[in-house]
Design a protein around this ligand. Structure first.
Ligand code: HEM
Length: 215
């Protein structure tokens, strides 16, 4: 990549990777690798999720459920990719929560890192929503009921309830559009939000002077 655009890209990479890292923060102990592990699981979810998209059919719960049966029983290594996707999702929720605990224990939420804490809270919200929307995509009885509950809860929000139901589910919970809308959130919008906010998060770690250590 050449010219001003190339320089812009190089500068961006330099902003994320500091030229020097303090010796005290270079080991595993200060972070326990929990933020990095969360991002690793996110990348694994992207790869396995893209593979699942090749065969998953969004829409009515019955169609979605049948396509998952095909992935599970017919597609070569489909059961394996689905299992890795499922467990990487649980692992990501687990490591993100442990990462938050690490940040609290080391007091890294305090100034000058308070803004990055807020970005982190949004990342936690997106991660939980990714897990929940993934569970809705299964299309079995549990997922159908969970979708109805989520739809009803959204409707309870004062003033904005109806608009929220339209934005989140596209309409009533038992219409095929709801399955497509949840698929859109799970496969495009939420992963995009996690990707953009993660890079912002990493950039802030660098801007705030690196990882907080010693305590
Ligand atoms: C998708 C979820 C997340 C990813 C991928 C992620 C990733 C990272 C990474 C790689 C770091 C560098 C140090 C480390 O690994 O500990 C970091 C630091 C940090 N994270 Fe996260 N994070 C996530 C969620 C959160 C959450 C939920 C919070 C808190 C609400 C949070 C707050 C912070 C803060 C305050 C720092 C700076 C810590 C310091 O300077 O010691 N992050 N994050």
């Amino acid at each position: 990549m050449g010219g001003a655009r190339g320089r812009g890209f190089r500068d961006f990479i330099k902003h994320i990777h500091p030229p020097k890292v303090a010796n005290s923060t270079a080991g595993v102990l200060p972070t326990l690798c929990l933020g990095g592990l969360s991002f690793f699981f996110f990348l694994l979810l992207l790869v396995t999720g893209l593979l699942l998209m090749l065969f998953y059919q969004p829409g009515s719960p019955a169609v979605a459920y049948d396509s998952l049966t095909v992935i599970q029983d017919v597609v070569a290594f489909g059961w394996f990719v689905r299992s890795v996707h499922k467990w990487a999702g649980q692992a990501m929720v687990f490591t993100v929560v442990l990462h938050l605990v690490r940040v609290v224990v080391t007091g890294a939420y305090r100034p000058p890192r308070e803004f990055n804490w807020v970005i982190g809270v949004l990342l936690l919200l997106f991660t939980v929503l990714l897990d929940f929307t993934g569970y809705l995509l299964i299309g079995d009885a549990t997922a159908r009921h969970a979708l109805k509950v989520a739809h009803a809860l959204a409707g309870e929000v004062p003033l904005a309830g109806f608009a929220l139901q339209l934005v989140l589910f596209g309409g009533p919970p038992d219409a095929d559009l709801a399955g497509v809308r949840v698929y859109l959130w799970h496969c495009m919008l939420l992963p995009l939000l996690v990707a953009v906010f993660s890079f912002w998060h990493f950039y802030r770690v660098r801007k705030d002077g690196g990882v907080k250590w010693p305590l």
